[in-house]
Design a protein around this ligand. Structure first.
Ligand code: NAP
Ligand code: GDD
Length: 343
């Protein structure tokens, strides 16, 4: 029988790659769309004829129950979130509702629909649940690299809410026997990345400067270090995590560290420019409670699930810069997306 997947956050970067991956695996894919008018579907426009959509919002319990009941999914991927970390200081309560309590609501929706259908199996219901946890939960980490056993020390309302979502997922697994797991994913990027995130802000600026549309790039902390991978690789890990005999949480990353300075140097080199001629540090873009270094110890996901990344940092930056150059040649004003804002 065709397996059904429900994806929250399908209009986001990961949602679009995951939808492509699940369709390629023969799934019937449903996406949860929020907003009553004009949802942002540009990232999945090319898949529209293959996808089905259902309305719902992670802040609204009834809508999630109705969505799960309509779709009757075998697998639910909860990728929906307000994902820009500094934005969580502007709207901390909303971020807590969506990224934290929203996870609880989806777990409850799955429980309720499973009970209604009398489909309580030995494993607590047939619906498997994936939660998009984040390396931001490590925050000011006690050790580098970070693994499944590293403690959490989040540094923002975003990180705190994700930590709640992580623990409530584990708690429902342990309490109700649900197949509910979290992938603790490190930063992953792509040409579909939002322009507010640093890699895409850089790739878009490098392309614009090369084409003469912009002169300067304002950035914050150039010393921040991240473990950046390609989003297309990371959605394979999400799917693998729901195909196991036993549910378990995994850390997913490349295990390679690069600074923001490395990212600018690499992107500007792709277009034959020197970054120091264009980049200006704006203290207003430096985060007050910064997460300085994140790097994954992903030995477990590699050993147990056979997951490996296929795109390295230099390839990733080149892919993003080339995509932005191509996009700008079609839509010269801003490459089809709004200019980057905020820190
Ligand atoms: P993204 O591009 O910002 O996409 C976020 C998605 O969440 C969008 O589809 C958005 O819908 C949806 N959403 C926002 N508020 C919602 C609500 N109230 N109810 C339902 N959906 C809502 O994020 P991403 O990069 O794809 O990341 C996917 C998930 O992984 C997120 O949970 C993120 O926190 C987590 N994560 C990401 C990374 C990374 O490096 N990318 C790393 C670790 C964890 P609209 O289009 O309607 O706004
Ligand atoms: N966005 C941004 N803009 N970041 C900047 C800038 C700038 O102008 N200048 C320096 N940075 C630094 C930030 O201070 C941070 O240390 C680093 O670049 C990465 O910032 P983002 O790309 O905004 O990502 P993030 O690490 O805060 O969060 C992303 O990864 C998390 C996983 O670790 C998001 O995708 C989160 O949703 C995700 O959970």
């Amino acid at each position: 029988m065709t397996r059904r997947a429900l994806i929250t956050g399908i209009t986001g970067q990961d949602g679009s790659y995951l939808a492509e991956h699940l369709l390629s695996q023969g799934y019937q894919v449903w996406g949860l769309l929020r907003g009553q008018t004009n949802p942002r579907t540009s990232r999945v426009g090319h898949l529209a004829s293959d996808l089905s959509f259902v309305d719902g919002d992670l802040t609204d319990q009834a809508s999630l129950v109705a969505a799960v009941d309509t779709v009757q999914p075998d697998e639910v991927y909860n990728l929906g979130a307000l994902s820009f970390v500094p934005g969580s200081w502007q709207q901390p309560e909303l971020v807590t509702e969506v990224n934290g309590t929203g996870v609880l609501r989806m777990l409850e929706a799955i429980r309720m629909v499973s009970d209604l259908n009398g489909s309580r199996h030995a494993d607590g219901g047939r619906i498997r649940f994936y939660q998009a946890s984040s390396s931001e939960m490590f925050g000011r980490a006690a050790e580098t690299p970070q693994s499944e056993t590293t403690g959490f020390h989040p540094r923002s309302p975003y990180g705190v809410a994700k930590t709640y979502g992580h623990h409530i997922t584990r708690t429902y697994r342990e309490t109700f026997g649900m197949y509910a797991v979290s992938g603790v994913l490190f930063n992953h990027e792509s040409p579909r990345r939002g322009t507010e995130f640093v890699t895409r802000k850089i790739s878009l600026a490098a392309a614009r400067i090369k084409l003469g549309h912009q002169k300067r790039l304002d950035l914050g902390n150039l010393d921040a270090v991240r473990d950046w991978g390609f989003a297309g690789d990371y959605v394979r890990a999400m799917h693998l995590m729901l195909q196991q005999d036993e549910p378990a949480d995994y850390v997913v990353g490349t295990g390679r560290m690069h600074s923001v300075r490395d990212a600018v140097r690499c992107a500007f080199a792709c277009v034959g420019l020197h970054w120091t001629d264009h980049v200006v540090v704006d203290p207003a873009l430096v985060r007050p409670a910064e997460v300085e270094v994140l790097c994954a110890d992903s030995r477990r996901v590699r050993a147990e699930l056979g997951w490996e990344p296929t795109v390295d940092f230099a390839q990733l930056m080149r892919m993003m810069v080339e995509s932005d150059l191509e996009r700008l040649s079609r839509e010269p004003v801003h490459g089809g997306l709004l200019p980057a804002a905020g820190r």
